[in-house]
Write a protein of this length. Structure first.
Length: 310
């Protein structure tokens, strides 16, 4: 039983992780400023006696007792993080710095939820952790991409300079229950549009691909890392290497929802990655982890979640 501090714990991934930690008996303190996190998500955790919540912005210093700190604090979808690009960059840098300073003070482990956006629009496929990426530092997505890259540097340097036990997880596109309807990412967009029989919006020609990981698989990877007996600094990719084009994904969701939606095409946003697929060799070796939930089952679960909230 450990004391786990989850920064950004009211979000999609934060509440899914917190629930699994609470189920097995850990104490969980969730910290979130609720800018994109959900009070509804927190209500699902309120019945656990070992759960507590503090509304706080990680850009401001904080002092809590914890054995493990998991930093998930940052909007993760382009529409949301682009609303306040300076705030996004500062959250990634200052929030991570504040969390690392706390880990240094408490002798706690620090786990950074990084992202496949580290790789930008990759020229290497699939993406292994050794790939340095192809990121536009002044593009529309750079506040998030470069913010996460700076956060990784902080984790690496705190480990080298101060001997803080840090781990970096690079999360590839993840979906599932507790995503917000207006999240702005492809799965939530397509499913909500299909359930409402609205036009499904495809950007570009639809040939760009993603590798989609169901949330329970991702959380299982985080739990394996939290429970690791020796330090795994990473970075380590967590994602599903099964690749699908955005057009094929839209067609599949229309089929599974029995929707009357038609596909429409819009201009591709700048710096949108053409392909994204993780090399998960390190996760397999060090965490004995790989995804279990196939795309169709994951989509059916997610469609049911959104359907119940129509």
């Amino acid at each position: 039983m450990q004391r786990i501090l989850v920064l950004g714990g009211a979000g999609f991934l934060g509440t899914n992780l917190s629930q699994e930690l609470l189920k097995r008996g850990d104490h969980v303190l969730c910290v979130d400023n609720l800018s994109t996190g959900s009070v509804g998500n927190l209500n699902l955790l309120s019945n656990f006696p070992k759960f507590s919540f503090i509304e706080h912005d990680v850009r401001e210093k904080f002092h809590f007792e914890a054995d493990v700190i998991v930093n998930m604090a940052c909007p993760a979808s382009p529409p949301r993080y682009q609303l306040n690009p300076v705030g996004t960059l500062v959250t990634n840098f200052q929030g991570t710095l504040n969390g690392l300073e706390l880990a240094r003070k408490n002798g706690a482990r620090f786990i950074q939820a990084s992202t496949s956006e580290i790789y930008g629009n990759p020229s290497v496929h699939p993406q292994a952790e050794s790939y340095w990426g192809n990121v536009n530092p002044i593009g529309l997505r750079s506040c998030y991409d470069e913010g996460k890259r700076a956060a990784e540097t902080l984790c690496s340097d705190f480990q080298k300079q101060y001997k803080v036990s840090t781990s970096i997880v690079r999360i590839f596109n993840t979906y599932g229950p507790r995503m917000a309807r207006d999240d702005g990412r492809v799965i939530s967009n397509f499913i909500v549009q299909a359930l409402e029989n609205r036009e499904i919006t495809l950007y570009g020609d639809g040939t760009q691909s993603r590798s989609l990981c169901y949330v329970s698989d991702l959380i299982r990877g985080f739990l394996s890392l939290i429970d690791a007996k020796s330090d795994i600094h990473g970075p380590i990719n967590l994602g599903n290497p099964s690749e699908i084009s955005m057009k094929d994904l839209a067609v599949k969701i229309i089929e599974l929802t029995k929707s009357r939606s038609q596909i429409v095409y819009r201009e591709l946003p700048s710096d949108d990655p053409e392909r994204r697929k993780p090399d998960i060799s390190i996760a397999k070796k060090l965490l004995s982890w790989e995804p279990r939930v196939d795309l169709e089952q994951g989509l059916l679960n997610t469609i049911a979640f959104f359907g119940d909230r129509q």
